[in-house]
Design a binder for this molecule. Structure first.
Ligand code: R5P
Length: 290
């Protein structure tokens, strides 16, 4: 049985359909005057496997349309409904840090598991959760961007040394370094608040190398900008910063360039001028082999 790609709001949807050689239907979205979501499927036969492509960055206004779309596909006899969300939101609040806090990672996973049959995403922020199936009740595939990032580094950066700004980044940095046969090390991050971080650790290995900072997410950019400043203060070349998901909130991109980054590079899970690593081959291979 083939797939039909259903585009909720993703610039990758049509390209994915082209490479899967299947149709792509774009959902019409609007709002009623009171702000409630309206959506309409184009006239087609949905009695098939339907792959809903969604950009879920800044998710709160996108979740209701997502649920409406999944349910409307079900009402139109879709046999299986997949969600392709290259950036998976609500992964960082994976425990209650203070009494009474919502553990949004589990709550969001429950919601998606109720409405979809299968999920594909790229490098979700797994920290205290080891694997998606600890919180998702549907098959949930975690696709790794590291081979694509390794390839980018090999093609574009000479004499690299990969650096992770904190312990959590080790999983991405080590894989990426192995893929491009580069040395790597990890620093330590002390986070006081979302906009106040300190970076510590020995920088003895960077002499004569091109530092490449690798992390899964750049959000406010403070993690990377503090690391850039530390490296430059230690006499390194201007570092290249690479992330899988560039959220770049609050002018983070310019903050990184102003801190002295040579370049800031992201994968195209979220559309941004820094996109230089195309996830399409990874997504196509994953869907094709399912
Ligand atoms: C968190 O642990 C992630 O791996 C990133 O390091 C973090 O999301 C970056 O956040 P920010 O850009 O706001 O410092």
């Amino acid at each position: 049985m083939s797939w039909k790609v259903i585009n909720l709001n993703s610039p990758l949807a049509q390209k994915l359909a082209d490479s899967l050689v299947c149709p792509c239907y774009t959902i019409t979205r609007d709002h009623f005057p009171d702000g409630e979501s309206y959506l309409r499927l184009p006239d087609a036969n949905y009695n098939d496997q339907c792959l809903l492509c969604a950009d879920l960055f800044s998710p709160d206004t996108k979740i209701m349309p997502l649920i409406l779309a999944a349910n409307t596909l079900r009402e139109h006899a879709a046999k299986k409904i997949g969600l392709l969300a290259p950036y998976l939101p609500y992964m960082r609040q994976d425990i209650a840090f203070n009494p009474g806090e919502a553990v949004s990672a589990g709550i969001f996973a429950n919601l998606i598991s109720q409405h979809f049959d299968v999920l594909w995403t790229v490098d979700p922020h797994l920290h205290r959760i080891n694997a998606l199936d600890e919180i998702y009740r549907i098959p949930a595939f975690n696709l790794a961007a590291s081979p694509l990032i390794s390839n980018y580094i090999q093609q574009n950066i000479q004499n690299p040394i990969l650096i992770g700004p904190d312990m959590e980044s080790e999983q991405w940095v080590s894989e990426t370094a192995m893929g491009c046969n580069a040395p790597w090390f990890i620093l330590e991050k002390l986070r006081h608040s979302s906009r106040n971080v300190e970076i510590h650790g020995s920088l003895g290995h960077i002499k004569g190398k091109q530092p490449v900072l690798v992390d899964d997410i750049i959000s406010t950019g403070y993690t990377m900008s503090e690391t850039v400043k530390r490296l430059l203060a230690a006499g390194s070349k201007p570092p290249v910063c690479i992330c899988v998901h560039g959220l770049f909130v609050e002018d983070a991109y310019n903050r990184l360039l102003e801190a002295g980054a040579a370049r800031v590079i992201s994968c195209n899970s979220i559309t941004h001028e820094s996109n230089a690593i195309d996830l399409l081959p990874l997504l196509t291979a994953a869907i094709t082999s399912s």
